[in-house]
Write a protein of this length. Structure first.
Length: 149
């Protein structure tokens, strides 16, 4: 058994415009394929900011945030501060949770104030009564800021 395959080609008159369009399409496809292949063979470009710099900045920010919250708690955990909180009817655990919920900017601002209070108290510039008022005001501010947020 013999299979014969014949094809017939219709002959059309040559059209210079269709030849140019076909050539442009072929070149476009070739260019796109070349660009696609090139994209997978070139190494990835370095970002404007290296990843390690970003990671270091995030780590430093987190460390500063933890230090600020620790400074606030250090002041509020002192015996005079706990006594002041108890006399005002404020539970330390409530204040501790509020400190943990502060945003970084507010925590930094309050930590600066806490550092000043610690320095002044250590230098003898504040009496126990003044420290009591400051601690109550600070704890109230922390709770109010969290309640408003």
């Amino acid at each position: 058994m013999e299979l014969l395959v014949t094809t017939s080609r219709a002959s059309y008159p040559a059209n210079p415009l269709s030849n140019r369009v076909a050539e442009a399409v072929r070149r476009g496809i070739a260019l796109a394929a070349s660009a696609w292949m090139l994209a997978f063979t070139l190494p990835a470009a370095e970002h404007i900011v290296p990843r390690t710099s970003l990671q270091n900045a995030i780590s430093e920010s987190q460390a500063a945030s933890r230090a600020d919250r620790a400074e606030l708690l250090r002041l509020l955990e002192t015996a005079p501060a706990r006594k002041a909180l108890a006399s005002a009817g404020v539970e330390f655990q409530q204040v501790k949770q509020a400190v943990a919920a502060l945003d970084d900017q507010t925590a930094a601002h309050l930590a600066d104030r806490a550092r000043e209070v610690n320095r002044d108290f250590a230098a003898g510039a504040l009496s126990n009564e003044m420290l009591t008022y400051i601690v109550i005001a600070l704890a109230t501010a922390v709770i109010v800021i969290i309640a408003v947020s």
